[in-house]
Design a protein around this ligand. Structure first.
Ligand SMILES: [Zn+2]
Length: 76
């Protein structure tokens, strides 16, 4: 997951004060794989940004992350 974090940092041009959290969570939505990957970007003064990929973290590629981060974060 740390390689993925570095990809997120690089693509978004984040500074060291901004935390990147990548979690693999269970997804209960019908038709979804059982595991999803959540990427959260947490700047010290907020606001947090969050994206979800409906696949396990081991199947997430740099290209997936690039495409995902070009979309609006959840709740924005
Ligand atoms: Zn899902």
């Amino acid at each position: 997951m740390s390689a993925l974090k570095q990809t997120v940092r690089h693509l978004l041009g984040l500074d060291d004060d901004t935390a990147v959290v990548i979690q693999q969570l269970a997804c209960a939505e019908p038709g979804c794989p059982p595991l999803e990957t959540v990427i959260a970007v947490l700047p010290p003064g907020g606001p947090a940004r969050r994206w979800t990929l409906h696949r396990p973290v081991e199947q997430v590629t740099d290209d997936d992350v690039r495409t995902l981060l070009a979309t609006a974060p959840e709740g924005a």
